[in-house]
Design a protein around this ligand. Structure first.
Ligand SMILES: Nc1nc2c(ncn2[C@@H]2O[C@H](COP(=O)(O)OP(=O)(O)OP(=O)(O)O)[C@@H](O)[C@H]2O)c(=O)[nH]1
Ligand SMILES: [Mg+2]
Length: 441
């Protein structure tokens, strides 16, 4: 990624009411002025002012943001055209002819990183904001973009550097009566514990960022499709009193307690001679195996509730038994299931909150609070784990009086921590991170 290039891309999806074209680079003002024409040309006097003009024969608004006070830290111009592919493409064609090149995915944010506007954790937070499926993911990403995780990592980095210089001072003045800090082992231990704490947030981070696949399973007519509809809030799946209504799997995205979920409604499980229903049931079984959480629906109004409970597949992942149609069950005694169990009515929506409580418990386990303020991603977890190893070695060497090796291990540990925020990072790692972004960001 060459930083002296002038880059451009559509920053909004084509087909909306307005299309935003973003330009970033040292000569974007000159380039924009070849394509966009207002009452006068765009200049430094117009910084952050929205000006109306024309480009490629259409009305276009233009705004100029002067380096370093822009998203990328370069000179930036943004053009707003009427929506629709024809207008936007015509303007883009002229911009390319005037000297811009098309930006690669994430190249604007990469420039922001290279220009010191964001660190790597903050850049990753930008991508997370765009892909957030639930409010929890958004909240986490906003905190990360604000720098809360970066400052934690920076604190660790600074501490490791200080500890390293403590080791080195023992090497430089071994025989002198210097005032050495006696608390080095204790501090090494504290850094190790902080890293452990951050590592423990990785699984919650993955759940919140990636969402959770949830499968609705059970016998025919238990109310699986009714529950899907109740959770998503509209009639996504067909519901009927005929057993065997759902044949194919039905998928829908939803948010439960701020967490994005991919819900899959399945064909009711029973012995069937119908070849199509059999195919549906085979699909159900495969879907259950691929899920992370299973809501196993049981009919609380069934003639034989014992048989309902006995039908539960104990191997289903993240199993929660859901007695449905509880509105019809009266004061009826229901059998124990031996797994976390809730009683609901998909029809009336009664007690869905108990199901959501059980869901939260299932995905976060004993991790409290369930909604962390900070949660690391897989890349950071990997680097933190490597750093923790070097710290453990450093502690061993320090205890044995081998300060040289302890210092070397601490140097390695700081490099790994530094990669998290991007203090030290190889270009191929940057490519890997930013290519996951969309074009125009
Ligand atoms: N009273 C009552 N009826 C319900 C409830 N949930 C579902 N039903 C009814 O039960 C019948 C079956 O519901 P569905 O949601 O189609 O059941 P399903 O599990 O998807 O059934 P299949 O697709 O055939 O496997 C329908 O007539 C629903 O209206 C409930 O909580 N209370
Ligand atoms: Mg159904």
């Amino acid at each position: 990624m060459n930083q002296s290039d002038n880059i451009t891309a559509f920053a909004s999806a084509i087909g909306g009411a307005v299309t935003v074209i973003r330009l970033s680079g040292p000569q974007v003002l000159e380039i924009a002025n070849q394509v966009w024409h207002g009452r006068k040309s765009l200049s430094a006097a117009d910084v952050r002012k929205m000006l109306l003009g024309t480009a490629a024969g259409d009305q276009v608004l233009a705004v100029y943001m002067k380096a370093p006070h822009s998203y990328t830290g370069d000179d930036v111009v943004e053009l707003q055209c009427h929506g629709g592919a024809a207008t936007a493409n015509a303007v883009m064609k002229e911009l390319l002819a005037a000297g811009c090149r098309l930006a690669e995915p994430g190249e604007f944010t990469c420039r922001a990183f290279l220009n010191g506007k964001l660190d790597l954790l903050q850049a990753e937070a930008v991508a997370d904001i765009i892909s957030s499926s639930g409010t929890a993911a958004l909240h986490l990403a906003q905190k990360q973009l604000a720098g809360s995780l970066s400052s934690k990592i920076d604190e660790l980095y600074d501490l490791i550097i200080t500890l390293r210089s403590e080791c080195e001072s023992r090497l430089d003045f071994p025989d002198e009566e210097l005032d050495f800090d006696e608390s080095v082992p204790e501090q090494l231990d504290t850094v190790g514990k902080s890293i452990e704490k951050l590592l423990a947030s990785a699984s919650a981070g993955a759940i919140i960022r990636d969402g959770v696949p949830v499968v609705l399973a059970g016998r025919p007519n238990a109310g699986k499709s009714s529950l899907l509809n109740a959770i998503v809030g509209f009639d996504r799946a067909i519901v009927s009193a005929i057993a065997g209504t759902t044949r194919d799997t039905v998928e829908s995205e939803a948010v439960i307690r701020g967490i994005g979920v991919k819900l899959t409604d399945t064909a009711g499980l029973r012995d069937s001679d119908d070849p199509v229903e059999k195919m549906g049931i085979e699909r159900s079984l495969n879907t259950i195996r691929a899920g992370a959480v299973t809501f196993w629906l049981l009919d609380a109004s069934a003639e034989d509730p014992e048989a309902e409970a006995a039908a539960i597949d104990r191997n289903a992942p993240g199993l929660i038994a859901v007695w449905n149609k509880y509105d019809l069950a009266g004061s009826r005694q229901l059998p124990e299931t031996g797994v976390p169990t809730v009683k609901i009515s998909a029809l009336t929506g009664e007690n869905l909150s108990a199901l959501f409580d059980a869901f939260e418990k299932e995905v976060f386990g004993s991790q409290l609070p369930a909604m962390p303020e900070l949660a690391i991603n897989a890349r950071s977890a990997d680097l933190l784990a490597k750093s923790a190893e070097h710290l453990a070695h450093a502690a061993g060497f320090f205890a044995g009086g081998d300060y040289e090796l302890a210092a070397a291990e601490l140097a390695e540990a700081s490099v790994k921590i530094g990669e998290i925020t991007g203090r030290s990072v190889a270009p191929d790692i940057l490519d890997k991170i930013f290519h996951k972004f969309c074009i125009g960001k």
